[in-house]
Ligand binder design. Sequence first.
Ligand code: FES
Length: 146
Amino acid sequence: MVESEGLSVGKVAERAGVSVATLHFYENRGLISSWRNNGNQRRYRQGVLRRIAVIKTAQRLGLSLAEIAAAMETLPADRTPTKADWKRLSSRWRGQLQARIDQLEKLRDQLDGCIGCGCLSLQQCRLRNPDDIAAEEGDGAIYLER
Ligand code: FES
C-alpha cells in the first residue's frame, strides 16, 4: 500500500477487528480521523490501527469514550501513537483504574451491611443515600422547617 492512498474502511475494520459501524462511531466521536480520496471514499492512515488498539484497550479497562477522547486529544492526530505515548496514557489510566477499584471496594463493604437487611432506608442505608449530609442535622424535612 502506498501511504498516500490510505487504508479503506473495510481494510481497517478487518485488520483492527472491529466493525465498520464501530469505525464510524469512533470517527463521529473524534477518536480517529479519515479523509476522502478522489472517488469520495473514506481513507485512513496506517497509524489508525494503533489508535484503535489504544481505544479498545482503554475500553477494556472500563474507561468511558469521553475519557478516551480526552486522552486521545493529547496525541498528535497525524502520527501513530508511540511506545512513549502509550506509557504516558497507561500511567494516567492506572491511577483512574485504582480510584475506581477503591470506590468499588468501599461500595462492596457498604453492601455487606445491607445483606440480610432490606430496609433501603434513607436514614440508615448508606448505599441508598450515600451523601446524606442532612441526616447529620436530624430527621425529617429539615431544610423546609428552617
Ligand atoms: S438495606 Fe438496610 S442498610 Fe442498606
